[in-house]
Write a protein that binds this ligand. Structure first.
Ligand code: NAP
Length: 255
């Protein structure tokens, strides 16, 4: 399999790094010459990476083609390319829906959309894919895990949910800040809270048969401190703020 990338930026670098370290049967990875520095870094790090002559060279050489340019320039870049009928194309371009992409591509390609996250570099990223596509799902499964969406609605919901990353760090930061205000050093506060959050996230992943509601109760003694904090959060409008934020971001994702 030859994999190509049009747009060699942050997310391409993460995907290429993950693919090279995975067990996927990839003979060659083609990257477009922009960004020059990232393309050069990838080709010097990994013998299977070749810098293509231009974007069209990537399209012509790839069995599986990833479109990874920024949304603002997609309309300039994609219509200028000639695709092959039946070619497998995956767009990771945010906020650019399927009908727009197909109109720019013009050819009858097998188009998927995906939302890779930077963790794919370490093969620990979960990637939402739409529509289901076994070959593309297998690539992303090798970079962590893949969730295939049956409908655009499901895909949009996961796109909205992926916007929770900043809030994860935001809550960690606010809680750390509170400990600092109380007189603790920032280093010590973080050294405690970051592994605590990591262990909780790991529990949610590994105990995937246990409802989250049950986990919440398991980690909250009745009448205890954990129960008190969540009740205060809920009563103080935390759940409402979270739900409102997700609704607002979903509207934005849906355009
Ligand atoms: N970063 C993420 O975590 C992430 C996650 C999921 C999806 N995405 C999506 O992936 C896409 C790329 O994001 P990114 O974060 O990787 O952005 P990025 O770092 O800016 O990468 C985009 C790359 O496209 C290159 N480029 C500009 N003009 C081009 C052209 N005409 N032909 C080919 N390449 C060109 C840019 O090169 P120059 O530097 O030379 O301008 C840049 O390196 C976006 O649509 C984004 O929504 C990103």
């Amino acid at each position: 399999m030859r994999i190509g990338f049009v747009g060699t930026g942050t997310i391409t670098e993460a995907m290429v790094t993950g693919i090279v370290g995975s067990g996927l049967d990839v003979t060659e990875i083609l990257v477009s010459p922009r960004n020059q520095e990232i393309a050069a870094r990838l080709s010097s790090r990994f013998p299977s990476v070749r810098i293509a002559k231009d974007n069209q060279d990537v399209v012509d050489s790839a069995d599986v083609l990833f479109l990874a340019v920024r949304p603002q320039i997609a309309e300039e870049v994609i219509p200028a390319l000639a695709f092959r009928a039946g070619q497998t194309v995956v767009s990771v371009i945010a906020a650019t829906d399927r009908s727009k992409l197909l109109a720019w591509i013009r050819e009858d390609v097998r188009l998927s959309q995906a939302i890779p996250l930077p963790f794919v570099a370490d093969r620990q990223g979960v990637t939402a894919i739409y529509p289901p596509h076994s070959e593309i799902a297998a690539i992303f499964a090798a970079l962590g895990s893949a969730v295939e969406c049956e409908t655009k609605e499901e895909y949009d919901l996961l796109a909205a949910a992926s916007a929770l990353m900043g809030s994860y760090f935001g809550i960690l930061d606010r809680a750390t800040g509170w400990l600092v205000e109380k007189g603790m050093s920032r280093e010590k506060a973080r050294a405690y809270l970051a592994p605590l959050f990591a262990s909780l996230a790991q529990t949610a992943v590994s105990a995937d048969g246990t409802p989250l509601e049950v986990l919440r109760r398991e980690f909250s003694t009745p009448g205890g401190l954990n129960e008190q904090v969540f009740d205060d959060f809920d009563r103080g409008g935390g759940t409402r703020a979270l739900t409102d934020a997700l609704e607002r971001v979903l509207s934005r994702v849906q355009g």
